[in-house]
Each structure stands twice: as structure tokens, then as C-alpha cells.
Design a protein around this ligand. Structure first.
Ligand SMILES: C[S@@+](CC[C@H](N)C(=O)[O-])C[C@H]1O[C@@H](n2cnc3c(N)ncnc32)[C@H](O)[C@@H]1O
Length: 203
């Protein structure tokens, strides 16, 4: 904990409204913050430890987890959870076609930040007034150059205003609010440029 304390100073300075929650208390905190618990999506399930923590904390809504399950074995003993196997770049946009809203999007795809941003772009209309938790944000190794840099850029460019609500040892929980106005069109344009940059294509 001590070695990351400098990052806590960073939060205190830049996001004075945000508060610290230890990672093991994080599912409880989301339970308190989110009234309508319809859908929790986890990108990067691994062994399912985090999903189990949400179930133990009493998350009542649907849970859908995505993973490649190459490094870890797909969990077999978690009931009532939909697991979708494969690269999120092939599975996620297809799955969300029939979804109206994601209440909590939990992002933990190792250092695959491009896929994380791809998913955020795919579901940006479904996460308005919802929470996004980024498991490796400020505090993670070399954060200013890696994950946090790209996620911050996405957050700054998105059409929604956002609050950084709380932070854990490595992660950060954001609440996406209403549309930024009147800059909406500007941010939509920036979004498109970001997509182009990430995909390396004009399409
Ligand atoms: C750190 S683990 C997740 C741990 C889990 N969230 C927990 O806290 O218990 C990261 C997972 O992301 C998955 N992953 C990374 N890139 C992916 C991709 N493009 N598509 C699907 N899964 C991916 C890996 O297979 C790995 O299991």
C-alpha cells in the first residue's frame, strides 16, 4: 500500500471529491452506489475471483463475463453467470446488440488497452449514467505512459462528462454523466478521430 501512496496524493490533488475504497470492499461499494443492478459486465474474468466477490457482496443483477481463457481455466463452479469465450474484439460488439444498458462495466484485460478502448467505443451509448471501473489505472506500473494515459484520453474525448467517484489500490471507478454541451459535436468528432487512430483506418 505504502509504495502507491504517491498516487493517492495525485488523486487528492486532481480529484478532491474522489475517495479511497480498498479493492476487497469495492463490490460492496458498487452495491451501495448502483440502485438498478440489471447488468454487470466484466471484461477479463480470469479464474472468476472478482465475479465471485460481487456475488458474495450480494450483486442482484445479471452478470456477463468475457475472456479468452487461454492463460486461465474458465470457471466452472459459478452459477447464474453468462461466460462468453473468445477475444472481446470478436465477441463484445455482437453480444451488446440486444442490450439497452450496462450498469457497471468492469475492465480488466491485462494490458490489452486497445481492446479495452475498442469495447468502450462499442458500448458508449449503453454506459451513460453508468459506472466504469478500470482495474489498472493510476497506481499501476508506469501508469502515466500506459493504461491510464489511454483511458484518460478516452474519458477526456468521450461525449459524456464524468466523475472519478472512488479509487482503489490500482483501479478507479468512474461515473459517466450526461452529454457535454454544447461541445457534443466536437467530442463526437474527436471520438471518431480516436477510433481512426486506434484502428489505423478511415473506415
Ligand atoms: C488479470 S486477468 C482478469 C482477472 C479478473 N478480473 C479478477 O480480478 O479476478 C485478465 C484477463 O483478461 C483476459 N484478456 C486479455 N485480453 C483479452 C481479450 N482481447 N479478449 C478477451 N480476454 C482477454 C486474459 O485472458 C485474462 O484472463
Amino acid at each position: 500500500m505504502k509504495k502507491n501512496s504517491y498516487n493517492f496524493d495525485y488523486y487528492k490533488k486532481n480529484f478532491p471529491e474522489a475517495y479511497f475504497v480498498s479493492k476487497n470492499q469495492m463490490p460492496n461499494e458498487f452495491n451501495k452506489l448502483i440502485n438498478e443492478k440489471n447488468l454487470f459486465i466484466e471484461l477479463g474474468v480470469g479464474t472468476g475471483k472478482n465475479i465471485n466477490n460481487f456475488i458474495k457482496a450480494g450483486w442482484k443483477g445479471n452478470i456477463v463475463g468475457f475472456d479468452l481463457w487461454k492463460r486461465y481455466k474458465k470457471p466452472e463452479n459459478i452459477k447464474g453467470v453468462t461466460f462468453i469465450e473468445g477475444d472481446v474484439r470478436n465477441t463484445f460488439s455482437y453480444y451488446i446488440k440486444n442490450i439497452n444498458k450496462i450498469d457497471l462495466l468492469y475492465i480488466d484485460l491485462d494490458s490489452d488497452v486497445e481492446s479495452s478502448i475498442y469495447c468502450l467505443n462499442c458500448c458508449k451509448n449503453l454506459i451513460k449514467n453508468s459506472y466504469v471501473y478500470i482495474d489498472e489505472f493510476y497506481g499501476f506500473h508506469n501508469w502515466s505512459k500506459n493504461e491510464a494515459f489511454y483511458f484518460s484520453k478516452w474519458l477526456a474525448n468521450t461525449q459524456y462528462s464524468f466523475d472519478l467517484v472512488f479509487y482503489t489500490e490500482f483501479g478507479a471507478a468512474f461515473k459517466l454523466n450526461g452529454l457535454k454541451k454544447p461541445e457534443y459535436l466536437f467530442y463526437t468528432l474527436i471520438d471518431k478521430l480516436t477510433e481512426k487512430e486506434l484502428n489505423g483506418t478511415d473506415n
